[in-house]
Design a protein around this ligand. Structure first.
Ligand code: VG1
Ligand code: CO
Length: 544
């Protein structure tokens, strides 16, 4: 095999964020940009000779081209086997499962998740390690360091691989397997949930459902599992065909972007259950007839009811949530007498806890929930979890949520995002907040007395690794919190996220609109950071 050593110039901006390297497609198309990053990853891995690499993406614009480039670099770097989803497609959770199932060294997942796709939109690439989870920081730091000094990459000159034809072939001595992207994942789901109960609940008409795949990766998965295997009507899955530009939309499962679903769920024709997933299939939004379940509540409800699901009938070893996620799940953990871990934002921080068996379920406020079945968050898994709960509890989504609040109290919660803020403004805002922190403790603001004001850092209880500057948090004596973070997944300027949380024990007040309940906290949040004043904006771009 003839390996070509190509000389290249390093780029200085290949620092992976919360979930891999995300940039505009145009940046990925710069000469050597993709090649450098992939080679930097391979250079950082210890021994790849003869090992297996899993490869696939969410089907967005540039997915197929990127896969052909990566195949050639992977062959030149000595991998023994490449496993690729047909059409270059693999959802993030399916990729995680396939890495684990095949004892692969790792995988490259091509996605910018919920960011829009198309020639002028976003692309992304993420390396997952052998446990199937996102590369921890010690890896990503190395990828970045290597990318800054790289002077050459290796490739081979071969014909493009036919990505559409399932089967194996040997190319330059490397086995290339094109697999069905759905089958293994569907089998895994059938091993976790009670598919018989689900089928009955759907065929009897007790559960009617609507799943919005948002023209992203979950279409084929949802059709196979919900329609073919569980018997839902074909109309139950909408926007099911993956498109390179997601039909021009943000494949972001929230009430703002999944508006087609939201409209139906709050209408007279609403089915009992509605859900949506994101670009790469790891996020989920759960709704019922006339009710939206916040992701933080969803995690807590799953934890409280997990024993009703076959795979979790033994109970949970523990749970975890990212720091800005509401403390609703903490209350469940306390009741169940199991540990609850608080990690920085990003799924990579759950991997060690899952591997060590310290937790069974985990989640984030950003529409992400998952379990120890893989090492990524998993959108369809969450959908099936809820469908399974509805079927065995024989309760509506609204009843399940309201009963949960009555039992545990309600953590009123919402997040305000200010997108594409000029970086200099965002950085100054964070610096000023940092300086304000030491002055806040003990101060009273109306009914809110500051209990602590600090910057979150995390020591991994398994390997002792330490992550600092993971978000600014201001906690009050009544348990309320304001959290500020800059996003690590955006591609334009900076995105400021403000997370607001207030605990409401009084059942008579559980029906309140969260925005109303959190209005005073929102004002305090503005008073501390002055995002509106600094940017001249009058409101957040997205409220979830
Ligand atoms: C966001 C979310 C975070 C999530 C990450 C990746 O990160 O807040 O909870 O893990 O996206 O999700 P950030 O740094 O922008 O806040 V995904 O579905 O975009 O891979
Ligand atoms: Co995603």
């Amino acid at each position: 095999m003839q390996i070509n050593i190509m000389s290249t110039e390093p780029y200085t901006d290949q620092n992976p964020g919360t979930s891999g390297l995300r940039k505009k497609v145009k940046i990925f198309q710069k000469p050597g940009y993709l090649e450098n990053f992939v080679q930097a990853i391979f250079d950082s891995l210890e021994d790849i000779s003869g090992k297996t690499l899993v490869l696939g993406g969410d089907g967005r614009y540039f997915n197929r081209e990127a896969i052909q480039v990566i195949i050639k670099i992977a062959i030149a770097n000595g991998f023994g086997e490449l496993i690729i989803g047909q059409g270059g497609l693999l959802s993030t959770p399916a990729a995680s499962h396939i890495i684990r199932k095949n004892n692969a060294l790792g995988g490259l997942i091509l996605s910018a998740s919920h960011n829009p796709g198309g020639p002028d939109e976003d692309f992304g690439i993420k390396y997952n390690v052998s446990n199937g989870g996102p590369a921890p920081e010690k890896y990503t730091d190395e990828f970045y360091a290597r990318s800054k000094t790289i002077t050459r990459y290796k490739t081979v000159q071969i014909e493009n691989i036919d990505l559409d034809c399932i089967g194996s072939q040997a190319v330059s001595g490397v086995s290339i397997r094109i697999i069905d992207p759905v089958s293994d994942y569907a089998d895994l789901m059938a091993s976790i949930f009670d598919f018989e109960v689900l089928k009955n609940s759907i065929s009897s008409g007790y559960t009617t459902l609507l799943f919005d795949a948002m023209h992203a990766i979950t279409g084929p998965y949802a059709k196979r599992i919900l329609v073919d295997m569980l018997g839902a009507t074909p109309e139950s899955v909408i926007n099911a065909e993956p498109l390179e530009d997601f039909g021009g939309h943000h494949p972001d499962p929230n009430l703002a972007h999944a508006h087609e679903l939201a409209q139906v769920m709050f209408s007279v024709t609403a089915p009992t259950f509605g859900a949506a997933s994101d670009g790469d299939g790891d996020r989920n939004m759960i709704t019922g007839s006339h009710i939206f379940v916040t992701p933080s509540d969803s995690l807590a409800i799953m934890a409280a009811n997990a024993q009703l699901i076959p795979a979790y009938a033994q109970g949970l070893s523990g749970v975890a949530r990212s720091m800005p996620t509401s403390q609703a799940v903490d209350r469940v953990a306390a009741r169940l007498n199991i540990p609850c871990y608080e990690t920085p934002t990003g799924w990579k921080f759950f991997g060690n806890l899952l591997d060590a068996g310290k937790i069974t379920l985990c989640g984030e406020e950003s529409f992400g929930t998952g379990s120890d079945h893989i090492r990524e968050k998993d959108g369809l898994w969450a959908v099936l979890f809820w469908l399974n709960l509805i079927a065995v509890k024989h309760q509506s989504v609204a009843d399940i949520v309201h009963e949960h609040w009555r039992t545990f109290g309600r953590n009123m919660y919402c997040r305000h995002d200010y997108e594409a803020v000029e970086s200099s403004i965002a950085n100054a805002l964070i610096t000023d907040l940092r300086n304000l922190l030491p002055t806040l403790a003990g101060q009273a603001f109306g009914n809110y007395i500051v209990n602590y004001a600090d910057e979150f850092s995390y020591e991994d209880p398994v390997d002792g690794s330490f992550s600092k500057n993971q978000g600014i948090r201001i906690g009050f004596e009544n348990g309320s919190r304001i959290v500020y973070r800059l996003s690590g997944t955006g591609t334009v300027g900076a995105t400021l996220r403000i997370y607001l949380e207030k605990f409401e024990p009084d059942a008579a007040l559980h029906g309140q609109d969260a925005q109303v309940a959190l209005a005073e906290l929102a004002e305090l949040a503005e008073r501390f950071c002055e995002i509106k004043k600094r940017t001249g904006r009058t409101a957040a771009d997205v409220v979830t």
